[in-house]
Write a protein that binds this ligand. Structure first.
Ligand code: ADP
Length: 350
């Protein structure tokens, strides 16, 4: 039995340390060493200081330890250590339980960054709105000015509305394990809808949107989300192209079970170092231009999440001043393969 106990403690992901009043290590496991609770036979001074307090009053204490980045490659950076008497009757020993909080801390810090980013991004349009409202109120008797500032006010508030919608979509997508509205969707329909949504913007810039022939290929997915994803790519292709340059949307079956939906432009292109980052939330190569085109910096982050939630991939090819091609790869839906999961007999979503 003691052999079993020994093995259990040695292999535990919790760090264990039992120490006496004099600071002698009675028991420790490898995890406690990884967590810097103990080095060799020496207890971490901060832990020992806390243990001394516990020996005095027998009160349990909790300690947060931050570990420096070590060359040894240990990934443990934040440890929560609970320091308590081993038993309440005998005051000779104190036990320390260490848990690795690194992942929690990392997630928490990513969340804080995100909230800080969002707040910052929303402040700009809000600032714009209040300046415009002030300007409008200064000369309310001047119809031309009212029109001028009123229109700007409208545009800025719409931009803010779009950003909020994007943020809500993004947080839904990130939280979702599986999509709720899955049904077989024709890729032809997704492309048609995406083109239709962007037709006015394209006409404004005299950009011709062309598409490849219908294929009748289907994918299993949420039609609204897939349309939003392809539409975001088309909208970017228009926004980051000079007037008169065509944008093409093609679909192609590769191998037996994968379809590529490709949006190609002959626009400004993306430098190699930016290509890795354009899918990050709020990342924009040229903030001023992106703002002028009404961009939120969330479009590609949404595309990436939608595609991932459909079991697919997104890739980018680009060359500065030549153009860009974004490729969505999705698994093809075949009724036979879906019989087992109830794919047959389910009505198609219109
Ligand atoms: P935005 O709302 O700013 O367009 P996105 O997430 O859709 O945000 O895109 C992020 C950034 O990637 C854009 O600001 C732009 O710099 C760059 N980008 C996206 N698509 C293209 C494209 N087709 N051509 C050139 N640059 C692009």
């Amino acid at each position: 039995m003691s052999q079993v106990m020994h093995l259990a403690i040695q292999g535990s992901t919790t760090g264990f340390l039992v120490v006496n009043r004099a600071g002698r290590v009675v028991l420790s496991n490898p995890r406690a060493h990884e967590m810097s609770i103990v080095h060799g036979r020496t207890v971490n001074p901060t832990v020992m200081e806390t243990a001394a307090g516990v020996f005095d009053d027998l009160e349990t204490r909790t300690l947060d330890l931050e570990l420096p980045k070590r060359a040894t490659g240990s990934l443990v950076r934040h440890v929560c250590a609970v320091v308590k008497p081993l038993t309440l009757t005998d005051t000779s020993f104190v036990i320390v339980y260490g848990t690795d909080e690194s992942e929690n801390m990392r997630m928490e810090s990513a969340r804080r960054d995100f909230v800080a980013n969002v707040s910052h991004e929303l402040k700009t349009p809000v600032g714009g709105i209040s300046l415009l409202a002030e300007a409008l109120l200064q000369d309310p008797g001047e119809p031309e000015m009212v029109m001028y500032f009123g229109n700007k006010l409208l545009k800025e508030s719409q931009r803010m509305g779009e950003m909020i919608t994007d943020l809500i979509n993004l947080s839904k997508l990130q939280g979702a394990e599986a999509l709720p509205d899955m049904a077989p969707v024709r890729v032809d329909d997704v492309i048609d809808d995406a083109i239709q949504r962007n037709q006015v913007a394209a006409d404004n810039r005299e950009i011709e949107l062309t598409r490849s022939e219908n294929t009748e290929i289907k994918v299993m997915g949420d039609r609204a989300l897939l349309t939003a994803a392809v539409s975001n790519l088309v909208s970017n292709a228009i926004n980051y192209s000079p007037s008169n340059q065509p944008v093409t949307i093609t679909q192609k079956v590769v191998r037996d079970d994968v379809v590529h939906i490709r949006v190609t432009d002959r626009g400004i292109g993306i430098a190699p170092e930016d290509q890795k980052r354009v899918f990050e939330r709020f990342y924009r190569v040229d903030k001023a231009r992106s703002r002028a085109t009404g961009g939120t910096g969330l479009g590609l982050a949404i595309v990436k999440h939608v595609v991932a939630n459909h079991g697919g991939n997104i890739k980018v090819w680009s060359r500065l001043e030549t153009g860009s091609t974004f490729t969505i790869e999705l698994p093809i839906y075949t009724p036979e393969a879906h019989v087992a999961v109830g794919g047959l007999g389910k009505g198609e979503k219109q």
